[in-house]
Design a protein around this ligand. Structure first.
Ligand SMILES: Cc1cc2nc3c(=O)[nH]c(=O)nc-3n(C[C@H](O)[C@H](O)[C@H](O)COP(=O)(O)OP(=O)(O)OC[C@H]3O[C@@H](n4cnc5c(N)ncnc54)[C@H](O)[C@@H]3O)c2cc1C
Length: 473
């Protein structure tokens, strides 16, 4: 009998879907579900609970990120008929600039003329003290797009869910402000709440086996600058810094017309102090006007980023998507939100909404596509840390390649660094590019020469210090 009921765990005419969170993964799920249902000729209702108002400026209305839309996501959005309007696109990005302590190289698109764009947007309605007049929020645009296709939005936080083991009884979603709680019934609940919400711990306590991803705190700031200065200084490129500076693992400056978004990711939780250290580094300073001073008031945030993927982000009639489930580490979280939502929609409509269906048709494919590659991603990040902390090595290799423009090695390095900073290729491909035998063999003499020079310099500087001390003594 129980098995028979379980077989009936599927979406049908009149099914009610409740989505917790109206960030990218929630809006993508709603949009894709409504389109899928239409294709199947069934009527469903979709309600999204979103506690933020994305038309607000600053952290209040913002899902805190560098907000770069990778070219692969841009292509997917266009294919889905989601064409971002001009007011949402803050800047079209030409390329990337890879900046080390002593050296910088402009990376160019490995496939020039390719019909795709990289776009910089704002997740909320821009920085806290900005003065623009229109609504420029990317998340708001996606949410409105879901509404246009039939979703309903309730701007209340979800507090809890009740998942009865008896499948005849609907799932209950408890929402509202404390003191005035309401309930809503659902056939399927979708957790699209990200990793910055306290509801993550609540979901863990439901004891169906959900383990949220491990996370770390990053740091971001919006720097207001004259738009002509930004154009001249950044030339529509995103600057990625590999300064060998502890504790940073990844640092970028994204031009967005009259603001530059600074994003810092470390090997531990970051704070405002780390932001100040980064901005005071001479190489970073050189990207800012000579008379630039830290403003008295500015927009900053310390959001979490995922380091691993979740365990068991599903049970009967409940599935978790986006950051709270599986996302590529350090790269293209927005695209992972799209991919996990798409897989979960396909599993729910075409196979069923039991835990077995979600495991087989959603979780396992998502893990194969995104999570397996993350293991290599973590290894590549460590290797990159090791190399960038050895400034002599980076400088020697980059200057060698710089002098051989258009050669095989210059193109190979460009492709590898481009894939690393953009996330256009899986980490597996970057790994193979980094350990390409020809690439490594060509660089052996350069590395040995640089190492010998470094050792000589160190011995010389140690000797000079010793001499100085003897003279003083
Ligand atoms: C510093 C930094 C830089 C990044 N840069 C990029 C980048 O350039 N490009 C990129 O592709 N990705 C980037 N990411 C990753 C990207 O931000 C995430 O992958 C993406 O936001 C995940 O989308 P999501 O919908 O799963 O979660 P979120 O964007 O976090 O959305 C979750 C939503 O759920 C709502 N919510 C939460 N709890 C409740 C509740 N109880 N009730 C109602 N609503 C609730 C929240 O208000 C929020 O709107 C970056 C991340 C960080 C930290």
């Amino acid at each position: 009998m129980a098995d028979k009921i379980k077989k009936n765990l599927c979406l049908k005419d009149g099914s009610m879907i409740v989505i917790i969170g109206g960030g990218p993964s929630g809006s993508f799920f709603a949009y894709l579900a409504l389109r899928h249902a239409k294709k199947l000729g069934i009527n469903i209702s979709v309600t999204i609970f979103e506690s933020r108002d994305f038309s607000q400026r600053g952290p209040k209305g913002c899902n805190m990120s560098a907000a770069v839309i990778a070219k692969s996501l841009y292509q997917k959005l266009i294919k889905e008929g989601i064409d971002l309007p001009d007011n949402v696109v803050r800047q079209e990005i030409k390329g990337y600039y890879f900046q080390t302590k002593e050296y910088g190289i402009e990376l160019h698109r490995p496939k020039p003329g390719e019909n795709s764009k990289i776009l910089a947007v704002y997740r909320g309605n821009g920085p806290l003290y900005s003065t623009h007049t229109s609504n420029i929020s990317f998340d708001d645009y996606l949410l409105r797009n879901a509404v246009k296709h039939g979703a309903e939005v309730i701007h209340d936080p979800v507090q809890d869910i009740n998942l009865p083991s008896d499948f005849e009884t609907p799932v209950k979603v408890i929402y509202g402000k404390r003191g005035s709680l309401n309930e809503m019934e659902a056939d399927l609940v979708v957790g699209a709440f990200g990793i910055n919400s306290t509801i993550v711990d609540k979901m863990k306590q439901l004891n169906f086996g959900y383990e949220p991803p491990r996370t770390i705190r990053t740091c971001q700031m919006e720097i207001p600058l004259d738009d002509s200065y930004i154009k001249e200084s950044f030339k529509d490129d995103i600057y990625v810094f590999a300064l060998g500076l502890k504790p940073f693992r990844f640092a970028s400056m994204v031009p967005k017309r009259d603001y530059v978004t600074v994003s810092l990711i470390g090997d531990r939780d970051l704070s405002k102090k780390n932001l100040l250290d980064f901005l005071n580094h001479p190489v970073v300073r050189s990207k800012l006007p000579p008379d630039w001073r830290m403003p008295d008031r500015f927009c900053m945030c310390i959001p979490k980023i995922t380091l691993t993927h979740a365990k068991k982000p599903f049970t009967d009639r409940f599935v978790i998507v986006g950051d709270a489930s599986i996302s590529r580490i350090y790269k293209n979280g927005l695209e992972s939100a799209y991919i996990t939502s798409q897989l979960a929609v396909q599993a729910a409509f075409d196979k069923g909404i039991s835990k077995e269906d979600f495991n087989r048709y959603y979780y396992r494919p998502a893990k194969k596509l995104l999570a397996m590659d993350n293991l290599l991603g973590a290894l590549i990040m460590r290797l990159s840390d090791f190399v960038t902390k050895r400034n002599w090595l980076v400088t020697a290799r980059l200057s060698y390649v710089e002098n051989r423009k258009d050669s095989w090695i210059a193109n190979h390095l460009n492709k590898m660094l481009w894939n690393m900073v953009t996330g256009d290729a899986p980490y597996k491909k970057i790994f193979l590019q980094a350990f390409n035998p020809l690439f490594q063999i060509i660089l052996i003499p350069v590395t040995i020469k640089a190492l010998i020079t470094e050792v000589i310099n160190r011995v010389y500087s140690y000797g000079s210090k010793l001499n100085e001390r003897n003279i003083k003594g």
